[in-house]
Design a binder for this molecule. Sequence first.
Ligand code: G3P
Ligand code: MG
Length: 235
Amino acid sequence: MSRIIGHRGLAGEAPENTLAGIRLAAEHGLKWVEVDVTLSGDGTLVLFHDRRLNRTTNKKGRLKTLTCSDLATIDAGSWFSGQFSGEQIPQLGAALKLIKELGLGLNLELKTNGCSKSRLVEAVVKTLAEVELPNDRLLVSSFNYAALVRFSDCSDIPVGCLFERLPVNWHKKALRVNAVSIHLNSKRTAKRHISRVKSKGYELYCYTVNSPAVARQLIDDGVDGVFSDYPLADH
Ligand code: G3P
Ligand code: MG
């Protein structure tokens, strides 16, 4: 990926996981974005981070109660700013189409959030195949290791292992899914973790870094790139 990856689109500048955020990331010159994907109640793939609608939309309740036709009735932009009023929860297909048009790279994070891992993986594999983004502009990751194993078993799209902090058995896990990268919480990444990961030949990315000074330090220490809510200066 690139040194700076727009987190949830560009979550500090636009409502997270929306098409507006993806567009803004491209306008700021970012080359890659990260978004979260999960299933709504009727099995529609949507970009969404939480289990509940409350924080990032004008509705309350669980995402898994929604169907595809509900999406158009929900405002996922006004909570952030009036400027984004009417922004919808995007379907994955629409986001992929836009990302392709904009020439961006995509880190797609699988969020199981209580939904069926097999249904999520099956739907993502099918949708990614339909859009035909080149593999060098795609990277699929997940905190849910079982979902990542399923994904890697049925796709040749590159995979990244996403951890809160580097676990003892990280290398065994990375080998099992043929991972190209390791993604860690920046606050729980020490220099010794960076050396371990880099010495085995993996790319290393840290989330979520909103300070240019912290981003610079991590990159100086050997991290390949950071997920940020802001474009930051150096990309
Ligand atoms: O993929 C990196 C980062 O997005 C993981 O945390 O909670 O923002 O999805 P979260
Ligand atoms: Mg994420």
